[in-house]
Ligand binder design. Structure first.
Ligand SMILES: NC(=O)C1=CN([C@@H]2O[C@H](COP(=O)(O)OP(=O)(O)OC[C@H]3O[C@@H](n4cnc5c(N)ncnc54)[C@H](OP(=O)(O)O)[C@@H]3O)[C@@H](O)[C@H]2O)C=CC1
Ligand SMILES: CC(=O)N[C@@H](CCC(=O)OP(=O)(O)O)C(=O)O
Length: 309
């Protein structure tokens, strides 16, 4: 029998994207709840308990509540929120993290999707920490720009509807000015850092896509660190997979700029190693769609692993 899949929050930004990816598949039974009942706890509880796998596309508190409503019924969860990303009982839903992570996700009852920025940052940092090239206490900085759909319905309305009292007219803005963004804990935990990175995110007036930049000083890295060795470690780590591509140094050196919308509409991620060897400086860059590999695409990838598809 095809596994029953319920998307709690199916009418939100991430939920709608997952529905569009799953509609028409005959290897699953997609359950659906009328939009007007989306906040009715009893109806949600019944769907959550009846599902084989529930994909939570909800704010953190509602995601935690959904788990309490149905975990004892054996329902398996993929949580797109921040609620469980550093929880030791939850498998971290970044299948490319290590050679074992896909199997961990496949057998888990509880899978937590990474955040969109975290996906890029962890993808760049974790292999370098594991290879001993990036000291765990390196003073990492992460500078990123996201499409505005990353902020869900609320930010989308503020950007797109100029008549609102809280409309945002800026074409680009920095935020998380107190440096306490919700993705920092999962980046620390999952990349294996021992020192808090400084994370400065920004939003641009485009719907989907993001660039996550991690600039590094080569002389503060392991003794073999060079643009070529950093690239080789990343290329080796992601070789054989079809989701994360490490762009060749030759192709990267021919580029004049990187476009945050490059990966819009895809569920893949590209990693670039840019820099200036003479100056001893390198910039690692991840390019992804915040709603693709950064959210819904990753949820569908994890679902595939969990149902053995
Ligand atoms: N957008 C993105 O790029 C990413 C989002 N995420 C995460 O995914 C989750 C969903 O985000 P997103 O889709 O952007 O958010 P949206 O605001 O677009 O959608 C959230 C949905 O959840 C519903 N909802 C809110 N509170 C409750 C509740 N208490 N009970 C039941 N339903 C509720 C909302 O209904 P209503 O319309 O009534 O408010 C809405 O349909 C969040 O945790 C977010 O941080 C993760 C990665 C990237
Ligand atoms: C542009 C924007 O506002 N982005 C969101 C993060 C989007 C996301 O990844 O949400 P999760 O943490 O639930 O995964 C933010 O910075 O809060």
């Amino acid at each position: 029998m095809a596994p029953k899949i319920f998307i709690d929050g199916e009418h939100g930004t991430t939920g709608l994207q997952i529905v569009s990816r799953l509609q028409g598949r005959d290897d699953i039974e997609l359950m659906s709840m009328p939009a007007e009942q989306r906040r009715d706890q009893e109806v949600r509880k019944s769907f959550l308990r009846d599902a084989d796998i529930a994909i939570l596309c909800l704010p953190d508190d509602a995601a935690r509540e959904a788990v309490t409503l149905a975990a004892d019924a054996g329902t398996r969860f993929i949580d797109a929120s921040t609620a469980h990303r550093t929880h030791p009982d939850w498998a971290f839903g970044f299948a490319e993290l290590s050679s074992e992570q896909g199997a961990r996700i496949a057998s888990a009852q509880f899978v937590s999707n990474p955040g969109c920025y975290s996906t890029g940052a962890i993808a760049l940092l974790a292999p370098l920490v594991n290879a001993g090239l990036l000291p765990t206490d390196y003073p990492v900085t992460i500078n990123a720009v996201s499409g505005y759909t990353g902020g869900g319905k609320q930010l989308i309305a503020q950007i797109e509807d100029g008549s609102r009292d809280d409309a945002i007219s800026a074409t680009y803005f920095s935020y998380a000015l107190t440096l306490a963004h919700k993705h920092v804990p999962e980046i620390v935990t999952r990349a294996g850092l021992s020192r808090l990175p400084i994370f400065t995110p920004a939003v641009g007036r485009f719907a989907q896509g993001m660039l996550v930049n991690v600039p590094l000083h080569l002389d503060l890295l392991g003794k073999d660190a060079s643009i070529a060795t950093l690239h080789a470690v990343l290329a080796d780590h992601y070789s054989g997979g079809s989701v994360v591509e490490v762009v060749s140094l030759a192709a990267t050196s021919a580029l004049a700029r990187l476009d945050p919308e490059e990966m819009k509409g895809t569920d893949q991620m590209k990693l670039y190693v840019c820099g200036n060897e003479e100056a001893g400086q390198v910039n690692l860059v991840a390019s992804l769609d915040n709603l693709g590999k950064g959210a819904s695409g990753a949820a569908v990838q994890n679902l595939g692993l969990m149902i053995g598809g």
